[in-house]
Each structure stands twice: as C-alpha cells, then as structure tokens.
Design a binder for this molecule. Structure first.
Ligand SMILES: N[C@@H](CCC(=O)N[C@@H](CS)C(=O)NCC(=O)O)C(=O)O
Length: 305
C-alpha cells in the first residue's frame, strides 16, 4: 500500500495538474475526496487552517500547494523525472505564468457563465478567492471577448511550443505538460465555448490525447478518517534548518504564520525549514499530534508571530 495520500476533489483543475504528474511518475497513491468549499473539518487538523486544494500527505508530513507537492514528488521519486529536458529553472518560471495570468484568464471565462450543479455558496466563495472586489458575473461577461482574444495568443504560444516535439518537455512528458494540461482540461470541460475555441490548435489537440493516455498512476480510495489516523500514528520528517542567507532573518524555532497570497488563512507553528523554495512549520494538533506543514515561498507571506 502506497503511503502517498492526495487530498483533492475530481473537478479541481489544480488537482488535475498533480494527478497528471502522478501519472508521469507512474506512482501509486491513495485518494481522499475533500469538500469543494469550507468547512473542511477533516483536512484542517492536517493543514492547520490552509484551505486550498490540493494537499498531499505522507505520514505526518503535509504538503500544501501544487508547487510544493510537485517539488516533493520529484525529491522523493526522482525517476521518471518531471524535468526530462533538464530545464528546471525555466519550467518553474513558466509555471508561475500559467498559474497566474493564464489561470486567471480561464477562470474569468468559466465564471462569466451560468454554472449549475454546484454547492450552495460556491460562486460567492470563488469570487472572493479569485477576483478583485467589485468584479461580478456581468463584468466578466463584458470582458469575455477580450479575455478570449488574450487566451488565443496564450494558447497560440503553447501550440507553437508543440510544433516539433510530442510533449512540451521534449520527447518525454514532464512538469510543463502537467502545468499546461490542467488549464486546457479546465477550459475544455468547464467553459461552454472551450471545445470550439480549442479546434484552432491542432498540436494542442493531439497532445491532449497523449497526456490522457498517460493516466493518473495507480489510485485507490481511503477515508478522511483513515488519513487522520495515519498522521496520528506517524512522526514528521526532521526539518532542514534555516538558510543563513535568507533575507528574512528568521531563526530556527521562531514561531511564524504562513499564508497564501490568494487566501488570508494563516498556518501557525514553529519554523523548522526555511529555504529559497520551501517553508516548513511544525505544529501540534489535538487530533493528529505533531505534523510538519510544508508550503512554498513564492506566492506566500511569512510573518513572525
Ligand atoms: N496556488 C495553489 C492554488 C490552488 C487553487 O486555487 N485551488 C483551487 C481548486 S482548483 C482552490 O483551492 N479552490 C478553493 C478550495 O478548494 O477550497 C496551488 O497551486 O495549489
């Protein structure tokens, strides 16, 4: 039985990014399906308040944000690599563009439409998470033609990147494929104009089939209660200490609060790792005991408590 547990929900696009990476790495994993909007009472004891989806758990180590999850997958399971082109720096940079400007653009198209079958309060929750105050479905509708025009340029660049290779990462699939695929998957599945819009991009359409054929690895289900019990029965890995070159001047064992720039919820605990790409805090929870919560640096705030 794999000890890799993934907390997600099937329609979550950012989770699809990680599911594709799990497929590229041919990993076995256990799936916990979490609620699409808060409260998430069986996730909070693990994350200490972090509410975004997805989250990965390995024992009592909890990895928040797809950026942190992908980095950890590559560290623990280096082969097959997510960087077959050896292009680590550019791919992380490309990922920021895709998660930022391109994801925002696709979200604006999806939320301009009438959505049905969603939990009560879903639209309100997501508007406050993704859009500036004052933005409404009507204002997004007005912007739709211009947003589509922008997406046409963005997808044109992606299509051109696929002209000479089967994958964005080259001959083999890698992280850039996972990063672009989740957006194309979201656009095709949730924006009514997505399928006809994508017809213009022949390379992307052929590549989508290649990515679907990779699959999501070997998944089995586990209950949220069993995942909590696994955390309770495990000890987190030791931290790696604080990088002395870090400009924030935070000492090891400082009590810090970490939050995503997307969402105000803070995770509070003792600092055990601070590097250029990761912050890890140790927290005690009444339900699961000691857990280490790992978060990325880019896109996150840290403050001393
Ligand atoms: N930077 C985050 C963004 C994650 C994100 O926006 N996920 C969406 C779901 S696809 C989310 O959290 N929605 C609110 C929720 O699930 O409560 C990451 O890369 O993991």
């Amino acid at each position: 039985m794999s000890d890799l547990i993934f907390h997600h929900y099937p329609p979550s696009p950012v989770s699809e990014k990680v599911r594709v990476a799990l497929g590229i790495k041919k990993l076995s994993w256990q799936s916990v399906v979490i609620p699409r909007i808060p409260p998430k009472p069986k996730l909070m004891p693990l994350t200490g308040g972090f509410r975004l989806t997805p989250v990965m758990q390995i024992g009592a180590d909890i990895y928040c944000d797809s950026q942190c999850i992908l980095r950890e997958l590559e560290r623990r399971f280096p082969q097959p690599t997510l960087f077959p082109g050896g292009d680590k720096g550019p791919v992380w940079g490309l990922g920021r563009w895709l998660d930022g400007e391109v994801f925002s653009n696709v979200l604006a198209l999806v939320f301009a439409e009438n959505m049905s079958g969603l939990p009560e309060g879903f639209a309100e929750d997501r508007f406050s998470l993704y859009f500036s105050p004052g933005e409404t479905k009507e204002s997004l509708k007005e912007q739709l033609p211009e947003n589509l025009a922008l997406l046409r340029s963005q997808m044109g660049w992606v299509d051109a990147m696929l002209a000479d290779n089967p994958f964005l990462s080259g001959e083999a699939p890698g992280m850039s494929d996972a990063y672009v695929y989740y957006l194309v998957w979201f656009l095709r599945g949730r924006f009514s104009g997505g399928p006809s819009f994508l017809k213009e991009f022949q390379n992307i359409q052929e590549w989508e089939v290649r990515i679907q054929n990779i699959g999501h690895g070997d998944m089995s289900d586990i209950s949220a209660d069993d995942a909590l019990e696994i955390a309770r029965d495990s000890e987190p890995e030791a931290g790696h200490g604080v990088d002395m070159m870090d400009p924030m001047d935070l000492g090891r064992d400082a009590v810090v609060a970490v939050s995503s720039k997307q969402s105000p919820d803070e995770v509070i605990g003792q600092l055990i790792t601070l590097s250029a790409n990761e912050v890890t805090i140790l927290r005690e929870d009444s339900k699961v005991g000691s857990v280490a919560v790992h978060l990325p640096r880019v896109g996150y705030h840290i403050r001393k408590v």
